[in-house]
Each structure stands twice: as structure tokens, then as C-alpha cells.
Design a binder for this molecule. Sequence first.
Ligand SMILES: [Zn+2]
Length: 418
Amino acid sequence: MLNRTYTYKLQPSKKQIEIIDHNLAVCKSVWNHALYKRKLWYNSRKCDINKCSLISEYVVKPFEYPNYHTQSAELTQAKKTNPYLKSGNAQAMQQTLRKLDRAFNDMARKGMGFPRYKKKMKSFNLLSNKFEINGNHLKMPLLKNVKLRKSRDIPDGFKIKQVQIIKKASGYYANLMIEAQVDIPSPLPDGHAVGIDVGIKNMLSTSDGLIIQRPSFLDKALRKIKLLQRKLKKKRIGSSKWNKLQKKIALLNEAVANRRKDYHFKQAHKLCNEVGMIFVEDINFVSWSKGIFCKQSLDMGLGQFFEILEYVCFDTDTFFAKVNKDFTSQICPNCGTHTGKKELNVRIHFCPECGYEQDRDIAAAEVVRNRGLNAAVGAPVVKRTSAVLDSRLQALEMNSRDSGSAFPHSLFVQETAL
Ligand SMILES: [Zn+2]
């Protein structure tokens, strides 16, 4: 099964905009109420088992944990008596509950933050097997026929499974999740291998010596946004000038996000060009962005870049894998010696054991490549000096002669392949 997401700009009529906005508002209240119920449950269980707090204690009538199924059943019940809920699309509301459920799961599994109340709902999802694109129109439940700017064709063999309607500063969009019933084998480890090290000064460095710096367009745009935000503070909240500025900032943020994504795709394609395997560090960007790298890492969106890189690798039949990130900047890529921690201003890796000298980030990328190769292909990647290799080969030959067994080919091939 192959899944893809295509985004199209919608050109809805006035009435359709009304329907979208109304459903966004209903979904927002569903989200906030469901989140309130879950928070209530969490808060009522905060009390220590053997004592009460001196200040206050959260006491509610005990109730079962509101998981997706109980909340969904509750919604169905509430719709019978609540005309506001009844006016919204049932599918969109159910999917909102599912999204909330996923947010709670992500919190436990990926270390994401506690879900928050929403001031604005930005999107809702619709599931159906009746989606269809006719010319410049998308046929779907809820909106019937909605006009879209057809920027690309849906490839043959794909079916639209889900549609996400999104409201952005620049208008309305539809994310079409399409699916094809084909089995595409994952790329196999083969060909030239590249390791990638990411950082703050250099956005990424490869083991082939390519260094890509932090894109400058980001800094320019972010400076402009900051300036406008400072202006916004001086305006009265809700005034027409405040609204205008707010809109301007939202548009700029959207433009930055678009350019960043575009940039990531371009870099990913560049990296995948004529390469068989790509290895990256397995970094938890959630905790990364909380640490000293906070702002810059968010600006660069490295987490998004890795996702895009994995996607592009799959499309270009390049093997992609994540490797352990520990000590990549401290180990010598040439001989594997632990050379100790480097200060941030030390830009060169120099190994006192074997005398290997290399740019710090490129050396780290080489360590990543070596680790990846070791895990994927199983080849020993530490280069040995010829004297060591010769003596080991001699020992092997002696061994096989003494025991009379056949020469261990596999070992021989692995050693000399380098
Ligand atoms: Zn060394």
C-alpha cells in the first residue's frame, strides 16, 4: 500500500466558506470539551495516595477514564439534545476526537507536550469513499462540489481516502490523502553511503565533505516578523489596525513555512542524487528544541527535514536509516578512538592516535556513515593499518593450515573489501 498527501488550494463559494467556518467552530468546541473531560480526570488523580494537600484538592465524582470510545459514545448522545452539535458534520467531529486521542498517545510515546485548548481550529478531516475530482472541482460530502486550483494530477491507480480541510491566512486548502493498492519494496542497502550530521552552525554536513549552512532567507524573514510583532504590541487588541497587522504576520509566517518546506525538498533531492544509502542521527527533536538549541532548531525545522528526507529517499529508491547519535562528535572516524569532548569553538577534529585531521562536522558525519554501514551491511568499517591487516591475515592462514579446515572466506572478503 502506498500513501501520499497532495495539497490543493480551494476556491470555495461564500456559502461553502460559511459551512467550513461553522464546522471549524463546532469541532473546536468538541475538542475543548473533550480535552476538559480528560484534564478533569487527570487532575482528580493528582492527589497523593496517603495525604491531602493543605491548600486545595481536586474532588470530583469518580468516573472512568474518557478514552476515544467513551468520548465518541458521549458525543453521539449529546448530539440528540444539543442542536449546536447536531448542526456540525458527524465525521468531522469524530475525527476531532480521534486527533485528540492521538495527541494524548503522542504525549506518552513521543514525549510531546500536554494537548492545549484551542482558540482557533485550523482544520478538520473527512473520511469517505465518495471523494472524486472532476475537472476543477472536488466532489465531497458536506461541501458537495467545491472548486479547486488543480496544481497537479492525481496519479493513476490512486484513490482519495481522506480529505483534510485547512484554513490558513492565505485561504482555504484541501489535503487529499491518496492511496494505491501496490506493494513497493523498501529500498535495500546498496551503493555509495553518505552519513549526515546536523548542527546549528552548519545546518548539515555530509561524510562526502558537503556543508550546507543555515539558510539566510530564514533569518531575514524572521527579523521582519519580529519587527511587526513589536508593532502589534502597541496597537489596541481587536482594533482594525491590530487585525491588519495580525493578518500580515500570519501571511508572513505562512510564507516562511512554505519556503522552508520547499528548501528542505530541494536539499533532500540534492542529497539523494547518485547515492545508495543515507544515514542520519536518531535525534529526538522534541527534547532538542527544549535545550540550548531551542530557537535555531525550530527555525530550521530539522525534524521536518528528516521526515522529508526519508520520504524523498523512498521515492528515489535510496536506503534510509537512523543510527545511534551518542558521541558522534567525539569518536575518530578513522580509527574509532574516543578523543574526548570538544568545545563548541573547536572546529577541527584531530586524532592523537592515528593523526587523522578533518573538519569537526564532517568527521561526525563520517562516524554516522560508519555506524550506519555497520548496522545495515554488517561490514567492519574501521580502517586498519596495513601492518595489522597483514598480521591478521597471516594468523588466519596459519590457523586454517593447522586445523586443516577450509579458508574462512567470509572473513577474508570482509577484511579486504576495504
Ligand atoms: Zn584516529
